[in-house]
Write a protein that binds this ligand. Structure first.
Ligand SMILES: [Zn+2]
Length: 249
């Protein structure tokens, strides 16, 4: 039962993460703007705001103007639901599950922003950092490791994450004469290292690199282009989602 409730809350939070990412990218107010159709500006009633279900029963189209609702919104709601359920399964204590969920939903918002616009906005990074710090502060309830050890591990994780990516960025710039990675990825690694701690960081980067490579190979194959002509890869999104997976494993 708690898993079902967490999944329902998660679907709503996935929807909110998509909204948050969208409005942050457009520098619009987040909370005090009514939900409306992006195509015809019709205000949406509550039946049109039910996550996952409203998309399915409207067959992915606006009820007022028949414009296509972006499938990404539906995918964000599904991902949010999965994250909520995973947080509830990973942590039996409701408050800890909620904080873990908040961390993953903040990562989801970052992933959406990177996929939409190749940007990792500071506001979303800060949100993820705060949720990650709360998660570290609460621990898993066993009292082990101690708060001091958890804090040290979070600090080492943040430093190692940001330091290693900053170094990669510098080496790439020296070798190729241009930036291969945004500063947002460096900040994201600090945030992920803070929330995950030092020892889970290498596996997170490996998981992100492997999944980004698989997605890139599939995209190159579908478009019939060589892999090195594919253009930018939203690696921040891969990192954020890999960290969400690592957080519950
Ligand atoms: Zn519409």
């Amino acid at each position: 039962m708690p898993v079902v409730i967490a999944a329902l809350l998660g679907a709503a939070m996935g929807s909110f993460a998509a909204l948050l990412a969208e409005r942050t990218l457009r520098a619009e107010p987040v909370l005090w703007a009514r939900s409306q159709c992006r195509a015809c500006a019709a205000r949406l009633g509550w039946t049109e705001l039910v996550p996952i279900l409203s998309y399915l029963w409207q067959r992915g189209r606006c009820r007022h103007c028949d414009a296509r609702i972006p499938p990404a919104l539906f995918q964000a709601e599904l991902a949010g639901a999965l994250m909520g359920a995973a947080a509830a399964l990973a942590s039996p204590d409701p408050l800890r599950a909620l904080v873990l969920g908040l961390w993953m939903w903040a990562l989801l918002a970052l992933a959406i922003a990177d996929l939409r616009a190749f940007r990792l906005p500071d506001r979303l990074l800060l949100l993820a950092a705060l949720a990650g710090a709360a998660h570290v502060g609460m621990g898993d309830g066993s009292g082990w490791p101690s708060l001091a050890d958890r804090t040290l591990n979070a600090g080492l994780g943040a430093g190692a994450g940001a330091g290693s990516f900053w170094l990669i960025r510098l080496i790439y710039r020296l070798a190729r004469g241009r930036d291969g990675m945004g500063l947002g990825d460096v900040k994201l690694m600090a945030v992920l290292g803070l929330g995950l701690g030092l020892e889970r960081l290498p596996l997170t980067v490996l998981l992100a690199a492997l999944s980004a490579l698989i997605v890139s190979v599939l995209r190159a194959w579908r478009r019939g282009r060589p892999l090195n002509r594919l253009g930018r890869v939203p690696f921040g999104a891969a990192l954020a989602l890999a960290a969400a997976v690592m957080a519950v494993l």
